[in-house]
Design a protein around this ligand. Structure first.
Ligand SMILES: [Zn+2]
Length: 417
């Protein structure tokens, strides 16, 4: 109970920030047509993200209840959504989890015009709640105690670890040979989540000749995975490996759930200025430093600029200090390496540099996280280059080189900073 109270204190501060993130309309003005249309949960033993989808903006409030042993009730987080209805299917179908952190997520009508979503916890936990517009959804991030179990050791002994240059892949022993080898010192593998932006119904930016951002970034993502996987020390995953739509909050949740050490979201820039060109890499921040970055973040977030501009963004306490510094460091390394690798084949590749903006896909990331804007699809020359495999290889090689640098320096072999 004390623990829950202490966390509640921290939570209230965040909740105030959440209120200003998307200012809820007055209750009386809330349209009665809003309804809870879906509830999703992504979870492991120490992390859970719950997303409550309402479509339209709603008035909401979050709170906690301690365990009630007499009534056999666990500690709970609940979110009251006013002036809203709920799909009947959700009413009768709690999301069962029972993984040591979360018992279940259930929803009901608290009173005539309030829907209450209750998260039954298995243990008292810290959590944050915030809302994202377009479509409106309330996100609850819950952190439990403990660590994600380590991955099985790499079959590649440290002695056979890759050299600094990704251009010279190491000789990898076969698993059978490794199994019969005497025990050698091994280090844990670095988990990397590659996130090709957009997909499915969301094409991202489209060039004048019809090239779609969603297709280019998937191609680049696959190249990065293929190149990084040659190094035994990386466990590489992708948020999507096909042309499917994935909500932004799900991408972050996948990285958190998988215990990723590094998250790299891949995008292609676009601008009304057809001459705009070059590479930039972004780290999450509350605001954007200029209009262009604000427009970019709004486009990538799928919301109008006005919506983003009025938003006081949540950059929670998990993304400050060392974690943010590591992201800035990786971001600079990625951008420099991408420009350098592309320049060897395409002289004159421009660097816009390391930047910061409020990208939803980076909100709540529990690891070093960057977003790469690799060229402008709105620039005729760069759109043409984005069709060339050697150009995409240059971009992928740059990301791989930067990630290798981090893996080899062991900075991110554990993310408990
Ligand atoms: Zn994009």
């Amino acid at each position: 109970m004390t623990l829950l109270r202490r966390h509640l204190g921290a939570f209230l501060l965040l909740f105030c920030a959440a209120c200003s993130l998307v200012a809820p309309p007055p209750v009386a003005a809330a349209p009665a047509v809003s309804r809870v249309s879906d509830i999703q949960a992504w979870t492991n033993e120490i992390y859970t993200r719950v997303a409550i989808y309402t479509g339209d903006e709603v008035s909401w409030q979050a709170n906690t209840l301690p365990a009630d042993p007499q009534r056999s009730l666990p500690p709970r987080i609940f979110i009251d959504i006013r002036g809203a209805g709920i799909r009947d299917e959700i009413l009768h179908k709690p999301v069962e989890v029972r993984n040591g952190l979360l018992r279940q997520v259930r929803a009901g009508r608290f009173d005539r015009d309030t829907v209450r979503v209750v998260i039954d916890l298995e243990q008292e936990s810290t959590y944050r709640v915030f809302a994202l517009p377009g479509p409106f959804r309330i996100i609850v991030d819950i952190d439990g105690e403990g660590e994600i179990p380590p991955l099985p050791n790499s079959p590649v002994p440290v002695a056979a670890a890759p050299s600094a240059s990704p251009a010279t892949p190491p000789s990898v022993e076969s698993p059978r040979a490794a199994a019969s080898s005497p025990p050698v010192a091994r280090k844990p593998r670095v988990r990397v989540m590659i996130d090709p932006g957009h997909g499915g119904k969301d094409p991202g930016a489209i060039g004048r000749t019809g090239l779609k951002e969603k297709d280019v970034v998937l191609d680049i993502g696959r190249r990065i995975r293929e190149k990084l996987s040659r190094f035994g020390e990386f466990d590489v995953r992708m948020t999507r490996d096909e042309d499917v739509f994935l909500p932004l909050e799900e991408r972050t949740a996948m990285a958190n759930k998988g215990g990723a050490d590094i998250f790299v979201s891949i995008h292609i820039n676009a601008s009304r200025n057809r001459k705009a060109e070059g590479f930039s890499t972004y780290v999450l921040s509350r605001g954007a430093s200029n209009r262009e970055d604000l427009e970019l973040a709004a486009r990538e977030n799928g919301v109008p600029v006005a919506k983003l501009q009025g938003v006081k963004f949540i950059v929670d306490d998990m993304f400050t200090g060392a974690r943010k510094n590591e992201s800035l460091r990786l971001g600079k390394t990625v951008n420099d390496a991408v420009v350098r690798n592309v320049s060897t084949r395409y002289p004159g590749a421009q660097s816009i540099g390391l930047k910061q903006a409020p990208f939803y896909v980076l909100v709540g990331a529990r690891m070093t996280a960057v977003l790469v804007e690799a060229s402008f699809i709105s620039n005729a020359r760069e759109e043409a280059r984005l069709r060339e495999p050697s150009y995409l290889d240059g971009i992928a090689d740059g990301v791989v080189e930067a990630v290798c640098y981090y893996g080899q320096n062991g900075i991110l072999a554990h993310s408990d900073y």
